[in-house]
Design a protein around this ligand. Structure first.
Ligand SMILES: Nc1ncnc2c1ncn2[C@@H]1O[C@H](COP(=O)(O)OP(=O)(O)OP(=O)(O)O)[C@@H](O)[C@H]1O
Ligand SMILES: [Mg+2]
Length: 320
């Protein structure tokens, strides 16, 4: 239970109308209870605080300590689930994350917790960041992207301290926290390409992830799975693998992006030309084709136009 000091401080902050102090103290209380193993109570306290914050319009997107500025980017996501084109099993696993999050109280009653530490692996432009946006939107949480490369290179000596501050935020301000370019920090500890400092940072990160009992969603994303240490995988509740889209995925993506610009398309040549391209590259080619169509004062994208823009993407792709 709360200590006498905590109760007195809470009363004091309430009587002096200091909302922010009251919120902070309440969250400290929640953390205190979580440490005592009272997860459900901690969760309830955070819920009360966040509900009040939302209704009073307090903007919790901007409450980062100054030292973290430039390392954490915050946004309110409005990306709908329908934009995400992925194979059915992967969609199912994302839906399960959402479902468990929404039903977490039910799970907690049985001593279980919802999956909320997720690792996303796969080549560039296949929807990892997009998935984090969709999750944030679906769960009505702000999305905070931690730029891991900045965290490591800029503040080498202080990185562990920064990590601690980030995990304090994760605890105090529920949100979707995306550790992008996760491999910048998660490099295989057996690779001898860095000094002890990096190893310490990685160990600190592993510990923070393991100890975290917050209500936030922690997402790691990387396109370099070979670099990731096995110890990292164990820390996550779910590991999702992303791939470049197959025929069906390419067709759905193109139909989605072209929208009302879609005409009767010659799918055979389009699917052939788009083979091996990522979602992001196909998305780009579709937008190029739409632009050209608009500039030519036409209403529908011609197969030929799209094949041409896909071909251009393909050439850039191969040159890389
Ligand atoms: N699975 C997908 N479904 C629909 N659109 C996608 C998908 N993947 C990527 N896109 C499109 O490409 C853009 C970039 O994708 P995203 O940022 O999610 O890639 P990523 O996997 O995070 O890549 P990186 O490894 O480079 O960070 C998205 O904003 C979206 O327009
Ligand atoms: Mg990304």
């Amino acid at each position: 239970m709360a200590t006498a000091e905590q109760i007195k401080s809470l009363i004091r902050s309430h009587l002096s109308d200091d909302d922010e102090r009251f919120y902070t103290l309440s969250l400290q209380l929640a953390a205190h209870e979580a440490r005592q193993g009272h997860g459900a109570l901690a969760h309830d306290i955070r819920e009360i605080v966040n509900k009040s914050r939302r209704t009073r319009g307090s903007n919790n997107l901007l409450k980062f300590p100054q030292v973290l500025s430039g390392m954490v980017l915050s946004e309110k996501s409005d990306t709908s689930f329908a934009t995400l084109v992925l194979p059915k099993p992967l969609i199912g696993r994302i839906q399960r994350i959402i479902h468990e999050y929404r039903q977490q109280a039910k799970l907690k009653k049985h001593g279980l917790s919802n999956r909320r530490k997720i690792l996303l692996l796969g080549p560039p432009g296949t929807g990892k960041t997009l998935t984090a946006r969709v999750l944030a939107h679906q769960l009505r949480l702000p999305l905070h992207t931690i730029q891991v490369d900045k965290l490591v290179t800029k503040f080498m000596g202080e990185t562990s301290a920064k990590l601690r501050q980030i995990f304090d935020l994760i605890r105090d301000q529920p949100g979707v926290y995306l550790f992008d370019e996760f491999d910048a920090i998660g490099g295989d500890r057996s690779l001898d390409n860095d000094v002890g400092e990096m190893r310490r940072v990685l160990n600190a990160l592993l510990q923070f992830i393991e100890q975290d009992v917050s209500d936030s969603m922690i997402i790691g994303a990387t396109n370099n799975p070979a670099l990731l240490d096995r110890a990292l995988f164990r820390r996550f509740d779910d590991v999702l693998h992303y791939e470049v889209p197959d025929e069906e995925g390419r067709r759905r993506l193109i139909e989605n992006v072209l929208g009302s610009f879609k005409s009767r398309m010659g799918w055979k040549s389009i699917l052939k030309e788009s083979e091996g391209l990522s979602h992001a590259e196909i998305d780009h080619a579709c937008r190029d084709a739409i632009k050209e169509t608009i500039l030519n004062d036409k209403k529908k994208v011609l197969t030929l136009t799209l094949v041409q823009t896909l071909h251009e993407r393909n050439q850039t792709h191969q040159r890389r």
